[in-house]
Design a protein around this ligand. Structure first.
Ligand code: SF4
Length: 369
């Protein structure tokens, strides 16, 4: 690959781009809760929450989290149970657990102050090159570049880079572009302006080039190639999967288990659930009972189906059949088992659950009233 800098606009164009973009941002920046401060903890929290999640979804979660755990130290000292309960519904729970672990490292190794050294920041769990650049530039005005979904699209179009943006070559070119465009001062504001323009104007399907402050500098616009740049990823179709969950009852309480390390919802509580092997409903009771026993050591008598929930997890489209079941006994010979608790319906509100677990818990609570 040739020097990627050869693709970049010249010095005069870069200056014009910075000036136009920052002026546009002064007038158009959305008022978002995490933009009212440059506290590195708040910036960090917002950046982690915004990974794979829409701004509007994040807003209430961010405000609730900051209210409950307003500092790195408060987060570090919190119970994981509380952190996951605050995160419940945002998905990708690994983010919350890594955030919690990183806060503990900041407390023990950096005296509770968010580190300013890029290497130290990147060593924290859950923080990659993009997140480190965003926190350091926004909170400390460090001259650190960023590259995420919105800026990948925007920079690809500005350069008219038509190759795959997530390839090795694409990443080298786009990171080099993000770096060379950065102004010496106001790097954080400039990075935020890039993301804002990508998210609000240079959108994926219908970029609003007529309203774009950098349209005269944009090569895709000049070549009328906005629709074909960046090269779209080929979407894999979701794979259908059938699973079952059981509400096991025993003297007014229901059985919950806690997913261990390495499982999809590690750290969260849930009703016993598992993939179903059988295609038909013949022999389903045996399959349900055997799976609950294997997970928890509890022997059950399955009953009627209560509801069916559908939801997507990564590349899977899951159809979850939910059943009632009665406790029978405990199999004391069962091997490795998960942590379990018998809870009164009212207690379910205190436990962090997966989103389907919460839907089922709401049904249980409603029926208990
Ligand atoms: S001119 Fe259009 S394609 Fe180019 S950066 Fe602006 S909105 Fe995006």
């Amino acid at each position: 690959m040739n020097d990627p800098r050869a693709m970049l606009p010249d010095v005069a164009c870069r200056r014009a781009l910075r000036r136009r973009l920052l002026a546009w941002y002064d007038d158009h920046a959305r008022d978002l809760p995490w933009r009212r401060t440059n506290d590195p903890y708040a910036v960090w929290l917002s950046e982690i929450m915004l990974q794979q999640t829409q701004v509007e979804t994040v807003k209430p979660y961010f405000e609730r989290f900051m209210k409950a755990l307003p500092t790195v130290e408060a987060l570090a000292r919190a119970d994981e149970h509380e952190v996951l309960r605050l995160w419940e519904g945002l998905g990708y729970y690994r983010r919350a657990r890594q955030l919690h672990r990183a806060a503990q490292i900041i407390l023990t190794e950096h005296g509770g102050r968010f580190p300013r050294d890029p290497e130290a920041v990147r060593r924290l769990p859950g923080i990659g090159r993009y997140t480190a650049g965003a926190i350091l530039s926004i909170a400390f005005d460090a001259q650190e570049p960023i590259l995420e979904a919105n800026t990948v699209r925007l920079l690809s179009r500005l350069l008219a880079y038509a190759g795959p943006p997530h390839s090795g070559e694409g990443q080298r070119i786009l990171w080099a572009t993000a770096e060379i465009l950065l102004p010496r001062r106001k790097a954080g504001r400039f990075n935020q302006a890039l993301m804002e323009l990508g998210s609000e104007v240079c959108t994926a399907r219908a970029p609003r080039c007529m309203d774009c402050p950098v349209a005269v500098l944009c090569r895709a616009n000049q070549q009328e190639r906005q629709q074909e740049i960046p090269l779209a990823k080929i979407k894999q179709p979701q794979q259908p999967v059938r699973e079952a969950a059981l509400v096991v009852r025993r003297r007014g309480r229901v059985l919950l288990l806690r997913w261990p390390e390495g499982r999809r919802w590690a750290g969260l509580w849930d009703f016993p659930r598992f993939p179903l092997a059988g295609e038909s409903h013949t022999g389903i009771d045996r399959e349900l009972a055997e799976n609950v026993r294997a997970l928890t050591g509890v022997m059950v008598a399955p009953g009627r189906r209560i509801t069916t929930l559908t939801h997507g997890v990564t590349r899977f489209r899951i159809t979850l059949d939910c059943y009632e079941a009665e406790y029978v006994s405990v199999d004391k010979t069962a091997a490795t088992l998960l942590e379990t608790r018998w809870l009164r319906p009212a207690e379910l509100a205190d436990y962090p659950l997966s989103s389907t677990g919460r839907k089922l818990a709401n049904l249980v609570q409603k029926n208990a009233r």
